[in-house]
Design a protein around this ligand. Structure first.
Ligand code: DC
Length: 220
């Protein structure tokens, strides 16, 4: 079974996806982490994000894998190295949307995501899971929140990771990414017609998970 979770940055997708996967005994696939891993590889190789050709070549050569741990956490491997922490750095966040908008990059990543989806029952989160990667997913959710709330959440998250980032930078980064992610030509962020819309602005994590679980149980 596939559970697809899409929505903008900072809406809480990955947190609820992880909890949901653990509760259901499903694998968790963080598709944003895959675009982040490729971005890390490009930056470390000093390839400008505007160099579409070189980045596309890199996407063909890269080896990205996700490993689920029994405690519900996920490790991200880039060419055999664990890059789970590195891919959360602000330098990656700043450029990842520019890389995720490239057509060839998306083709490669979507192929990989479909392969990972064959490993078993999965919860996947991203921007195009219900629309492009798994349009026939059994359950689709679109997780959203007001942008001021998303900024606050992302700021807290970054601070918890030890990043000394200003809230104004988080705000402009989020607005910039939202714009690129939702206006790009190739599979832009949008709600699938058959996705359940969940506004999490005034809900805590447990409440969001509960709404989703109820929905899954009532249709199961
Ligand atoms: O969810 P995240 O912040 O880790 O995602 C990083 C970037 O990757 C985000 O700017 C949009 C992009 N992304 C995408 O285009 N498609 C996906 N399925 C997942 C993420």
């Amino acid at each position: 079974m596939i559970i697809a979770i899409d929505g903008p940055a900072g809406a809480g997708k990955s947190t609820v996806a992880k909890i949901l996967a653990k509760k259901l005994g499903f694998l968790y696939i963080d598709t944003g982490a895959m675009y982040r891993a490729l971005t890390l590889k490009a930056l470390d190789a000093n390839i400008p994000v505007s160099d579409c050709e070189k980045i596309s070549l890199l996407a063909d050569q890269v080896n990205i894998d996700l490993r689920n741990n029994p405690d519900g956490t996920l490790n991200v491997f880039l060419d055999g190295f664990d890059v789970s922490s590195e891919i959360r750095q602000p330098r990656i966040t700043r450029f990842v949307s520019d890389i995720a908008k490239l057509k060839h990059v998306r083709q490669v990543m979507v192929g990989l995501q479909r392969q990972l989806g064959k490993r078993g029952n999965c919860v996947l989160d991203g921007r195009d899971i219900g629309t492009v990667v798994f349009p026939a997913a059994e359950f689709k959710f679109y997780i959203d929140a007001q942008s001021s709330e998303r900024v606050k959440r992302r700021f807290k998250e970054m601070r918890a990771l030890g990043e000394q980032i200003a809230i104004t930078d988080v705000k402009s980064d989020l607005a910039n990414r939202d714009k690129i992610d939702s206006t790009r030509e190739c599979s832009p962020l949008k709600q699938a017609e058959d996705a359940v819309y969940v506004d999490t602005t005034n809900l805590n994590i447990e409440e969001v998970v509960e709404v989703m679980l109820q929905r899954i149980k009532s249709n199961g």
